[in-house]
Design a protein around this ligand. Sequence first.
Ligand code: GLT
Ligand code: MN
Ligand code: MN
Length: 389
Amino acid sequence: MPHSYQPRPEHKFTFGLWTVGNPGGDPFGPPVRNPRSPVELVHLLADAGAYGVNFHDDDLVPIDASPSKRDRIVSDFKDALDETGLTVPMATTNLFSDPAFRDGAFTSHDPEVRDYALQKTMRAMDLGAELGAEVYVFWGGREGAETDAGQPPTDAIKRYREAINYLAEYNADQGYGLRFALEPKPNEPRGNLFFPTVGAMLAFIQTLDRPETVGVNPEVAHEHMSGLNFTHAVAQAHDAGKLFHIDLNDQAFGRYDQDFRFGAESPKRAFFLVRFLEKVGYEGPRHFDAHAHRTSGWEDVRVFAEGCMKTYLILKEKAEQMRADDEIQALLGEINPDGHAQSEAANGFSSEGAASLKERSFDREALGERTQPYERLDQLVTDLLLGVR
Ligand code: GLT
Ligand code: MN
Ligand code: MN
């Protein structure tokens, strides 16, 4: 029976205002779509079937807005949320667009810029908390360098740590209960960004004062830019209890920062990711951090948003099919028998066990002759994904 692939609130599909609101500018040409207001974007997302909307402070309230203008904008936005039932699961700060941040925000050489970045973030946290956000994302867009002739990278790492520690105290002091999610990216807009990968960010988190309140926000495109396997990065974050949020999109390896519709470039990789997230019961938002092509008009932007969610739901259904497929399951059982429980490492160390393992004789040649039918398994998965199974 064909499925409707209709998004529902329990799928927790969210979009940033900056994603569907992207007016199509790029480094070589100006915006091509007339800007839509936050209220209009909330309606666009609600019509497409999304569950929530996220924003940077500046997406909602222009950086130079007066206090009264801010209040009016926030109140109109709240009315739109009430009308549509959309939630705000995540908020973040724009610490990359304004020229003040041209040499970084929390890691800037200039202490006044670092203080301004803290002030801007605290105000943005106030706004996020006011609108009900539970996760607060930190993407260090300008935290990087084109040349290492300046500060040693250790200064940047220390400054970033001081900032996150400070803001974690502010979060506790205000009783906001926000969970911080740090988002790595290897480059763009800077030549090199600090903390370039999920692994780098996970290691950094352990050096913070309140590591328990800080996790990661991995993005498909960002790990692909580094040529890495995104599902493996997400699995490591999940294993560490740090998968607080996720940015779904797509990206060809070795290209500029593309932010394509989820699954548009590498649907098989997207499938393995969805299969993983559903299998481990990831409960956070599925946030699409992507934007429509510059060639799109507003109608096509809506199709883009629907497409992100539809592809996720198709892949989720395919993962269920894979689980129910007897031939595939039999192969998986063959490849991964319950040998785990019998291995010495799984049983744990003891001096006697180690001594006896050192004496055990292995038929190394016989071990080397054992084969695995991954070609068969992978072709069955390919058949399933291509719809002939
Ligand atoms: C920007 C960036 C994203 C970040 C967003 C949050 S903004 O679009 O490319 O990856 O997640 O700051
Ligand atoms: Mn992102
Ligand atoms: Mn991106």
